[in-house]
Design a protein around this ligand. Structure first.
Ligand SMILES: [Zn+2]
Length: 426
């Protein structure tokens, strides 16, 4: 009886709608539509979003749906696909106070991450790749934004990163007894143990395997910025991950570490600071993607000489200065694919789009920079049938702003409206 009544009400409701429309449709009136980094802005359009996906795109304004659907008026704005940042650390904020590893539980990362997920989405980023978090905090965050419990981008999460014992990504800087207590259990030695840690990360829920292939700037280890894992270990990590259907992202600064990681079949080189021609040629041959994270260097240089970082970290920051952006210029010349990533968390979350101008300064055209943050980033995630463009059937991941980003990418530093998977972020 109740069921029959429910059906009657539904039937009546449907009878009142124009053909093809259902009540939860969102009708977005667009002033200037940029569907894709390869296209030109094409003027006014109407986008119809249904169940979180782009159901229709009509050129020009369309008033047919006014009575029955949620209308979102962006008729004075440019609308393009939401951007993708392939290297963020949502669960952390900038700080040189490494001792907090002893006082802040991993759960705190979820609270910080919820705040940063909102900030990141509001900055126009509708998908992020979480590039390493305190234990499993990023996995809870991933579920929170997917289910719409907390507002934020779609999260592709690495979870805990694999490191060598005492290397970048492992714990260092404390007494050895404390280092032992704080280590996350994802450091490894030798091909067999490293394969086991990849499988453990997969079991824990990693979408991608993150490794620290070389030394890094913000850890307390003072052994430079080149190779840490052996080639055999990296080969084992890449082969094991690929056998599980997972890609590998490598934090890498030094040229020989980059070259070895690419040769092992690791999928993306993040930072890539000292990449030379030999390293980039191997990347080109292997199809390895460079993710420059130029904002990371801007972020740490803004905080230099302020007593924020320890002397060992300050020294490593100075090693990278004067190098920043050079790998991007050379990578473009050699035809190495370049995708967008920032290392947000090293600088304040929400500034991610400033990376675009830094890429342009390093020699990319505005169109190439925008492609790096949309179509190329989507392809790097193997999600190019889901995100990165505005097309029928794609996830409704949209942003609105003033101006034409193909003329000036800095227009994307001020985004006025964001939708992730059909949900308006506010
Ligand atoms: Zn990072």
């Amino acid at each position: 009886m109740i069921r029959a009544l429910g059906l009657t009400i539904l039937t009546l409701a449907l009878a009142m709608l124009p053909a093809g429309a259902i009540a939860q449709d969102q009708i977005i009136r667009v002033g200037n539509l940029l569907t894709d980094a390869d296209a030109q802005p094409s003027g006014p359009a109407t986008i119809i979003v249904r169940d979180g996906r782009i159901a229709e795109i009509r050129r020009g304004p369309d008033a047919a749906y006014d009575a029955v659907a949620t209308i979102i008026d962006l008729s004075t704005k440019t609308v393009m696909p939401g951007m993708i940042d392939l290297h963020v650390h949502l669960t952390g904020d900038p700080g040189g106070d490494f001792w907090k590893a002893t006082t802040e539980p991993a759960e705190w990362g979820v609270v910080v991450g919820a705040k940063n997920a909102l900030v990141t989405a509001k900055a126009g980023f509708t998908t992020v790749r979480e590039a390493g978090s305190s234990q499993y905090s990023a996995f809870s965050l991933r579920r929170g934004t997917a289910e719409g419990i907390i507002p934020g981008p779609r999260i592709i999460a690495a979870g805990p990163a694999l490191a060598i014992v005492g290397g970048h990504g492992d714990v260092s800087g404390f007494t050895e007894e404390v280092n032992d207590l704080l280590t996350g259990g994802y450091s490894c030695t030798g091909a067999v143990e490293c394969a086991a840690k990849v499988r453990k990360a997969s079991r824990a829920g990693s979408d991608i395997i993150k490794i620290t292939a070389t030394g890094g700037v913000l850890s307390q280890q003072g052994r430079g910025l080149d190779t840490q894992f052996t080639s055999e270990e990296m080969q084992s990590i890449a082969d094991t991950a690929h056998s599980l259907g997972l890609k590998v992202m490598a934090h890498a600064h030094g040229a020989r570490g980059i070259e070895a990681a690419a040769r092992a079949g690791i999928d993306t080189i993040d930072h890539g600071t000292f990449a030379d021609e030999a390293a980039l040629r191997v990347m080109k041959d292997k199809g390895t993607v460079l993710i420059p994270t130029l904002m990371a260097f801007k972020g740490v240089s803004e905080r230099l000489d302020k007593g924020i970082y320890t002397p060992v970290v300050e020294e490593k920051i100075r090693m990278t200065m004067g190098r920043v952006g050079k790998a991007v210029t050379l990578a473009k010349k050699l035809g190495v694919p370049i995708a967008f990533g920032t290392d947000a968390g090293v600088f304040n979350h929400g500034r991610n789009a400033e990376e675009l101008q830094l890429m342009v300064d390093a020699g990319l055209t505005p169109r190439e920079a925008i492609a790096s943050a949309t179509t190329i980033a989507a392809k790097t995630l193997d999600m190019d049938q889901e995100i990165g463009r505005i097309a029928i059937g794609y996830s409704a991941d949209l942003i609105a702003f003033d101006g034409n980003p193909l003329d000036d990418v800095r227009t994307l530093e001020t985004v006025d409206w964001v939708m992730v998977r059909g949900r308006v972020i506010d």
